[in-house]
Write a protein that binds this ligand. Structure first.
Ligand SMILES: Nc1ncnc2c1ncn2[C@@H]1O[C@H](COP(=O)(O)OP(=O)(O)OP(=O)(O)O)[C@@H](O)[C@H]1O
Ligand SMILES: [Mg+2]
Length: 312
């Protein structure tokens, strides 16, 4: 439990939710209630791991102009802040919830592009973190202008310092990091299919694809499949963890919760089957809350017995 964990979020976002019953484009709309959450995959993972008692540091890039929301959140949760501040604003994703017409409208603002010098600062921060952090979780999309080879470079750099690296990414940056073999990856089924460039129909085909990735030196592959659960593969074992039927309050952070549960399970020294059970319980927790939040630790742990884990 003494492991120190760092999460790296290169492209965080503020999730701004506004409730507007009967929203109409081209007209004046009144907001019924609103909520602004600091977001981004690594920020969510840091938040979830903190709930479970880990000491977590966050880094990546944050725009200076709206940095306060993040800083307040990190202070409130006791998360160590090592973000590199850059000029301008962190991107804002506006979600307009219309409960009357039952629709959600998304308006995603662009973010800022870090400069070469910002990137050099980030590498320096990460090297400094590597002196006393054991685990690194790299997650999410890349900001404009950052080369898709960055995750591969970071994985190589951290592995050279004996760090355990978990990667949750998609598209080209995910693809390019695979040969560098992070310790664990957690693609969802779409990301896995995109990586393989083909449709993966059956559980067997998904398990086979996960095992192919193990041959490249990745030690643990978790493939999440929404309501169908997740397949976890390691060299000597493949399991599927199926959640019960649950009422979904919000899907925000379900994947990030799975990553956090997997890291927690590994740090607790659990078997793959129990890691799968705990990771799924974390996701169930995230699904039961509005926004990227978990219920109390005991509630999350109590969900474990509802998860059905089978060998494949
Ligand atoms: N509707 C659902 N019912 C039950 N469990 C679910 C549901 N949706 C997701 N889960 C659980 O959450 C896990 C992660 O969800 P999902 O596969 O959607 O991740 P993701 O696509 O990576 O999400 P994210 O958008 O957060 O990155 C699933 O493996 C499953 O255990
Ligand atoms: Mg995901």
């Amino acid at each position: 439990m003494n492991a120190k964990i760092a999460t790296i979020t290169l492209n965080p976002a503020i999730d701004q939710t506004a409730s507007i019953p009967n929203f109409k484009a081209g007209e004046v709309n009144r907001v019924e209630w609103e909520q602004a959450d600091p977001g981004g995959k690594g920020v969510n993972v840091a938040s979830f791991l903190t709930n479970f008692g880990f000491s977590v540091t966050v880094s990546g890039f944050l725009g200076k102009d709206n940095i306060e929301l993040f800083e307040n959140f990190f202070t409130q949760k006791g998360i160590q802040d090592q973000f590199v501040p850059i000029p301008g604003k962190t991107r804002v994703n506006v979600k307009i919830i219309d409960g009357l017409q039952n629709q959600v409208t998304d308006i995603n603002f662009p973010g800022q592009a870090p400069t070469e010098s910002d990137l050099a600062t980030l590498y320096q921060v990460i090297d400094d973190l590597a002196t006393d952090h054991d685990w690194f979780v790299l997650s999410g999309s890349l900001p404009a202008g950052v080369s898709p080879d960055i995750y591969g470079k970071l994985v190589a750099r951290l592995k050279a310092q004996d760090k355990t690296v978990v990667l949750d990414a998609s598209g080209e940056s995910f693809h390019q990091a695979i040969p560098f073999a992070p310790y664990a990856i957690k693609p969802n089924i779409d990301e896995l299919q995109e990586l393989f460039g083909r449709h993966l129909e059956s559980e067997k085909a998904i398990a086979q694809a996960a095992q192919d990735l193990l041959t490249k030196g990745i030690q643990c592959v978790a493939v999440s499949m929404g309501a169908k659960g997740a397949i976890f593969a390691e060299a000597d074992e493949v399991v599927i963890a199926r959640p019960p039927k649950i009422e979904v309050v919000s899907t925000v952070g379900a994947g990030d919760a799975m990553v956090s549960g997997l890291v927690t399970g590994k740090l607790r020294g659990l078997s793959l089957a129990d890691c799968a059970r705990l990771a799924t319980a974390f996701s169930m927790g995230a699904l039961s809350q509005v926004g990227p939040r978990l219920p109390p630790k005991e509630t999350v742990e109590s969900f474990m017995k509802q998860v059905n884990v089978q060998s494949l």
